[in-house]
Design a binder for this molecule. Sequence first.
Ligand SMILES: C[S@@+](CC[C@H](N)C(=O)[O-])C[C@H]1O[C@@H](n2cnc3c(N)ncnc32)[C@H](O)[C@@H]1O
Length: 169
Amino acid sequence: MSAPKDQPTDARSRLRSHFEGADPSTHGSKWDDLWKEGWLPWDRGTPNPALVDLLAERQDLFPAKQGRRKALVPGCGKGYDVLLLSSWGYDAYGLEVSKNALEVAKQNQKEVDGKGVYETKEGVQKGKVTWLSGDFFTDEFLKDVEGEPTFDLIYDYTVRFPLQYIYGF
Ligand SMILES: C[S@@+](CC[C@H](N)C(=O)[O-])C[C@H]1O[C@@H](n2cnc3c(N)ncnc32)[C@H](O)[C@@H]1O
């Protein structure tokens, strides 16, 4: 994976050295350290434009008016994509390994309420938003999912960041 265009090289180096040599079992707390510090070079402040376009343009793939549907956003960060999916009628789950990230996501949810991009889409009933604390690479978090622990859609933007971006695969 190549670096996003707006990702400064120094941020990339800093991220690499932050995780370099760390035992994978400590990656969760390493992420949490970044959230505590508030150093979030990946944060765009908006939902991922590719997801915005996909949901709006490909209703054949994601029929918003077809009953209750569940979506998972692993490594949801501030939760922009979770809130967007909710506006399209999904019962949307934001999963984070960092407890501090979840606090920021909840705060963000309060702040963006009523802002255009997250307004419920026409003819769609807003989905429920649930914030989950846990590691995507274990099944632990599934116990907190309502009903069957399955999803109609899983959307991930850079949760595999440490592997792809730092180690280059
Ligand atoms: C590069 S950030 C991207 C955040 C968000 N997807 C966005 O686009 O703004 C990666 C996020 O994934 C979280 N994360 C990393 N590994 C995770 C894991 N195994 N399970 C859950 N969350 C994880 C980190 O805490 C961090 O907030």
